[in-house]
Ligand binder design. Structure first.
Ligand code: MN3
Length: 201
């Protein structure tokens, strides 16, 4: 049983104008597809063939760079697509909003710290909101690592992840990663993030 690329949970144009259609088409159809294809190649004929994506990610650092990069790439992008939704324009509510206030002061402070986590990641990587010891934290990982990996610099249960690779924003925002990270708040699926928070804490 090999890994497959699931369709996006919305249309390629659904996140316009904040994330453009062509970026979504290339990001999902080419980049994410390549992680899936290369993960299948990396595990084919090895003892890791048949393991779940979650099992592979948990021990990614001890398998091979190909599994770490492509298994991470597949997991991270699947998580990212589900973290987004069309023009939500919303803010977190309920327990999640209270936890954000407790950890970061208020929602604007959280957004600033999250954006800093993303803009200060040198090169390519991800910025995450996660749960650690029952509280929220922000962390950033390089390349296609994530906070569930054995090799993660910061370990937590992620509830929101944002891709800060140039391929995620360059067509529309060019070198302006902060502008992309400012626009992303228009398309965060807070309902999904709140579900993950309830499950993680
Ligand atoms: Mn990407």
């Amino acid at each position: 049983m090999s890994f497959t690329l699931s369709p996006l949970p919305y249309a390629y144009e659904a996140l316009e104008p904040h994330i453009d259609t062509l970026t979504m088409q290339i990001h999902h159809g080419k980049h994410h597809q390549a992680y899936v294809d290369n993960l299948n190649k990396a595990v084919a004929g090895t003892p890791n063939e048949g393991k779940s994506l979650e099992e592979l990610v948990a021990v990614a650092g001890s398998i091979s760079p190909a599994v770490r990069n492509n298994g991470g790439g597949h997991w991270n992008h699947t998580f990212f697509w589900e973290s987004l939704a069309a023009n939500t324009g919303g803010t977190p509510t309920g327990d999640l909003a209270a936890a954000i206030d407790a950890a970061f002061g208020n929602f604007d402070e959280f957004k600033t710290k999250f954006a800093t986590g993303g803009t200060t990641r040198f090169g390519s990587g991800w910025v995450w909101l996660g749960v650690k010891d029952g509280a929220l934290c922000i962390c950033s990982t390089p390349n296609q690592d994530n906070p569930l990996m054995d090799v993660a610099e910061c370990k937590c249960i992620p509830i929101l992840g944002v891709d800060v690779w140039e391929h995620a924003y360059y067509l529309k925002y060019q070198n302006k990663r902060p502008d992309y990270l400012a626009a992303i708040w228009n398309v965060i699926n807070w309902t999904k993030v709140a579900e993950r928070f309830a499950a993680a804490k």
